[in-house]
Design a protein around this ligand. Sequence first.
Ligand SMILES: [Zn+2]
Ligand SMILES: [Zn+2]
Length: 415
Amino acid sequence: MKRRWLMLFTGGFLAMGALVTGIGLLSAASEAQTGTESSPVKALAEREMYYPGSEDLGPNEMRVIACGTGMPNARPKQAAACWLVELGNGDKFLFDIGTGSAERISALQIPYNYLDKVFIGHLHSDHFGDLDALYCGGIVANRVVPLKVWGPSSIEPKYGTKVAMEHMEGMLAWDIDTRMGNTDTRGAFLDVTEFDYTAVNQVIYQENGVTIRTIPAIHIFDGAVSFILEWNGLKFCYSSDTFPNKWWMEYAQDADISIHECFIAPESLVEKQGFTPEAALNVGTQIHTSPAQFGKVMAATKPRMAVAYHFFNDFDTAPAVLREIRRTYDGPLALATDYMVFNVTKDDIRVRMAAIEEAVWPQPSTIPLVPPDPSLRRTAMSTMLLEGRVVHRDVLQEVYDDINQRFGSNEKVPE
Ligand SMILES: [Zn+2]
Ligand SMILES: [Zn+2]
């Protein structure tokens, strides 16, 4: 099996907070020494960074991008949980969409019509806190298809995904209703599928050669699940949040890429965040999976690539996480940080960081847009406000004339 560990030899490796370790280091070193001939004028033969939108995805390739790897309180370096899976058949799936992750998703410059499937592992805000941003922001950003959401039930309807989504739509009434009829708002609909959180290895999605199953997760309360996606002989497992459990041990075996929560080491919770030792041990080893337990899970399930996430991955916290994992696991490992990219094929797993342009714009719609349909309007401004408008008709007339001339429209300034 050929593995490339180019990141290990880049100067920015520690500065980026990324850490990839594992077997195959020696072969990578010799590969680097005997690599492609260098030239002072030619482009590099191989990119060590992923530039969004610049690479085809092979027909048998899976690309997984970390859009959120941190803790519940999003920070500039790390949003909360979110993983994008892109497949060579054209399908794309989001697993969790935690606070701050919508910004990471936008950086990937993917047309929003393709970002229409979200699988939520549980209803903590660090796992679905940016769903509203993708939902409403996506409408403005040219998504003209409904947003489809899958999520678990719980022991009572009020704790399940369906009720949560109904309440979210209620919360967004002003947002959605005021947009209707003012642009192409065909994407202003949610399509929600709630599935049984107790189901074991149950298929919740099967289309276009892709099968997604769920298994129960053990995390604070009933209503948390993990996901297993299989396509074209490749297996992707994503824990969302869970304490080590028997279902993961059984069904996440031999994954090509296995992303499992790995909470920050308890010592860091005490030293960096001021937790009491009691709270640090409770949160860090009982509610979540501690690094040494993460290692145990990976040693037992043997993925081709183990990915640890759900901790602040810094120069002064990563060593403790790595030390603890390495007590119990010596296989291939990535300590995730945002914008880490995994290209997975049958015979190669390549791990790089994405190079991000901050000033990105949404891509044009992949489906032709239609002009606003005033008959769809749900809200009308009151007379009191309408009568308060100060209309500079001469200026507006110029803008309308200019736009009509440039783009061939025939709009008249409203009376
Ligand atoms: Zn959680
Ligand atoms: Zn979480």
